[in-house]
Ligand binder design. Sequence first.
Ligand code: PHE
Length: 503
Amino acid sequence: MSTSLPLHPLEKKLLVSLAEKVKPGESIDFDKASEYSELSPDQLRRAIEWLKAKNYLSVKEESVPIYSLGNEGLRVAKEGFPERRLVNLLKAKGGNCTFSEIFMAFGNESSIALGKAKDNKWVAAAGHKISLASPEIAKGVEELLVEKIASSGSISESNLLAAEKETLASLTKRYRGLVVSKVEKKQRIELTAAGRGASSTKNVEEIDALTPQVLSTGEWKSKPLRPIDVTSPVPAVFPGKRHPIRLFIQEVREAFVSLGFEEIIGPISQTALWNFDALFIPQQHPSREMQDTFYISGLKADLSNFGEEMNAVSASHENGKGTGSLGWRYNWSEDEASRVVLRTHTTAVTIRYLAEKKPEEARVFTIGRVFRNEKPNFKHSPEFFQIEGVTVGPNLNVRNLIWIISKFYSKLGFNNIKFWPTYFPYTEPSLQTMVYLESAQKWMELGGMGVFRPEVTIPLGVKNSVLAWGLGLDRLVMLRYDVKDVRDLFGANLGWLRHLKTK
Ligand code: PHE
């Protein structure tokens, strides 16, 4: 018998209470151990693990069937067994009735009700007449058992008497769905001989964790280290982590930065001037309408700071002045341009940057939320992210644009992409990019791009060519993590967020 291993106060408490209250060779379950030791479940769990590692306790897993009432059982608990309902009928009729009266009340349950009531000697039959055996019929074993299970919701097999187990077996045969069972794993705890002997050991302080302090003070030399069972079960811990969208945004950032781009940011609400007019989008354009765009009601911006740009933009719309174009040929309205919108695209951010800096060369990008008045469904959300960027320089053309975008996607692991001609009021030529989905065997649209028209760049004082793009982000995240519905990306599905493997 070893008495040399030190004990933590929790271990000591458990060991002493078990040595006192549990006979040698007997085992108890977790609840009993908690009752005897007066330890909280968490303390108890730790004490058990520690004592197990010291070989003072043995723990066995036991499978215990647990019974509860099924649908049929719940009905019986409420309405009674057919034989009980027959007794009630007879009582109501003064103790006697005919078989046809029973049949009227019980239909195809009649013979079960009668057969069982006769077996129980609750009723007697003489010819067509059925009568109650005595004025009061005491509850039968089956009824008592159903009551017992119903009163506690569920009952473990170990809490059933031998006779009850028999009744249960015959009942489950008689009624399908009366009682349902499931198996629960339970721990049985038993003191080992060594543990019983050690219960008189004095408490000694042990070292739980090797901290720098424990090492530097030399404390480790004078006190024993607690043995740890690294295979013992522990509660699952879900530490905070970054949302998959945030992680993906970080990847996008790194991809552009590695291509020599710089990040810029801009406000979420913008004047129509920057969201639409500066991009040569005519004021009658359908995308400006309320069913597509969220306007901030009752709010107009003061555009006097942008007098110069505004005059140039207005001339470009009205007659194309200085751009070699005829413009859209209508009367441009400052009032319309001063309306405030939730930006419908992040192009509002890059165009404002160009107007302010008028760079001869530039490589910038921005990632941000945009808003469109759309009905939400599995594919569309009224707000989503865009990855926007521009490259400014002399002699840039659409081939350079295709190279940049292809390079960007390949950095994110999307290699099978292609380009397709399309239309935007502010670019010429205009392209859209699509990615091939192996899983769905189809092409999916990812975003738009093009070379800004002179009607856009010249009024703002940008001399060189500008390659521009605005790409969707949410769909890429959906592809990466196999999410089928955009709404799931922003939901509070903690299970998904906790178990998602991100890199
Ligand atoms: N703004 C366009 C969109 O939201 C994308 C785009 C940006 C197209 C820049 C051309 C140039 O779809």
